[in-house]
Design a protein. Structure first.
Length: 243
């Protein structure tokens, strides 16, 4: 096995509640389902099945203004203790009060769901366990769009700052990467949707961003990874491509 340095971890982001703003971490742990504590809470429309049942910021853009943070998680299979801060500074836990707060944005009946399992197929993650973007591709998209980009639009779990002349993430697909003792399989591109058109601060939409990604990048931005070997990860840790 040969390891080739491709960059280092510059951001670790966890989103405990699907479509809420998340939290930036200095260190975390990769478990079988992905980043520990990521998307373990979600809002659901129980009249719909499968992926269509999730209530997201596509339905309620204001969800992005609620900040979710895990304040305690003692055991891997234990549901973490959650704190949510509303846009006006009110504090909620995962409770009926939070459900009532979100319900007022929608005429659809909303329910809550949480996940204790470490099975990625049963979490509220998207097409892959972990979403990764790189600084190089972000700069490329800024040039294409002609505007500065907030990385939060892309809701990446890991942001990698690439080494000079390193291959971009599209060339990692089908390969493995190693971070410390942790190993990930890069499975596919992330095909983007209207979520990225919403400014995370103002909540205003700009559909021109999605249009540019469609025209210039075939809707692909970032890559999805699955977990081969769980383990800890840290900001500043080197990322290696495995041959």
């Amino acid at each position: 096995m040969t390891l080739h340095s491709i960059g280092e971890i510059s951001e670790i982001n966890r989103f405990p509640v699907k479509s809420f703003a998340g939290e930036s971490l200095q260190t975390s742990h990769i478990v079988n389902s992905g980043l520990d504590g990521d998307r373990c809470f979600a809002f659901i429309d129980e009249t719909k099945e499968g992926w269509d049942g999730f209530i997201t910021a596509r339905d309620i853009p204001n969800m992005l203004a609620y900040k979710a943070k895990i304040i305690r998680k003692d055991h891997e299979d234990e549901l973490p203790e959650l704190v949510v801060t509303s846009p006006d500074g009110r504090i909620f836990n995962w409770s009926v009060e939070l459900l009532d707060e979100i319900q007022r944005y929608s005429k659809r009946k909303i329910s809550m769901r949480c996940y204790k399992t470490q099975n990625a197929d049963q979490m509220a993650v998207d097409s892959g366990s972990i979403l990764i973007i790189t600084d190089t591709t972000l700069r490329k998209l800024e040039e294409i769009w002609g505007k500065r980009l907030d990385k939060r639009r892309f809701r990446a779990n890991l942001v990698v700052t690439l080494d000079e002349n390193s291959m971009n993430e599209g060339n990692w697909i089908g390969k493995r990467i190693q971070i410390g003792n942790t190993e990930l399989q890069i499975d596919s591109y992330c095909e983007r949707c209207s979520m990225i058109t919403i400014d995370p601060d103002t909540l205003e939409r700009d559909v021109s961003l999605l249009k540019k990604i469609n025209e210039e990048m075939n809707l692909n931005f970032g890559v999805y990874a699955s977990v081969i070997k769980p383990g800890p990860i840290n900001i500043g840790e080197k990322v290696y491509l495995v041959d």
